[in-house]
Design a protein around this ligand. Structure first.
Ligand SMILES: [Zn+2]
Length: 90
């Protein structure tokens, strides 16, 4: 039964689903769905419509998908910063 007093829940406009909501520091696998490559980039972004100004989400991406993910976010007018992941891979 749908309660007519309650509007339907709005789905967030973000389509791709990173595996985790918050990114542990040790995550090194690309956030692109289905990609298992080592991530070498970190994308810090927020959705101004649902996130507070100081809220940041982090995706990580391999060389191949960093452009895709950055374009995906910037196409939605989400502020996004891309930084190289410092991976101590000695
Ligand atoms: Zn990838």
């Amino acid at each position: 039964m749908i309660d007519p007093a309650r509007p339907p829940v709005e789905h967030p406009p973000v389509a791709p689903q990173p595996a985790v909501e918050h990114t542990p520091a040790e995550q090194t696998e690309c956030s692109r769905a289905g990609c298992r490559n080592d991530a070498v980039w970190a994308l810090r972004w927020r959705n101004p419509r649902i996130h507070a100004a100081d809220r940041r989400k982090t995706w990580v991406a391999c060389d191949e998908h960093v452009v895709y993910l950055r374009e995906f976010l910037s196409a939605r007018d989400f502020p996004v910063e891309v930084a190289a992941l410092s991976s101590p891979r000695a």
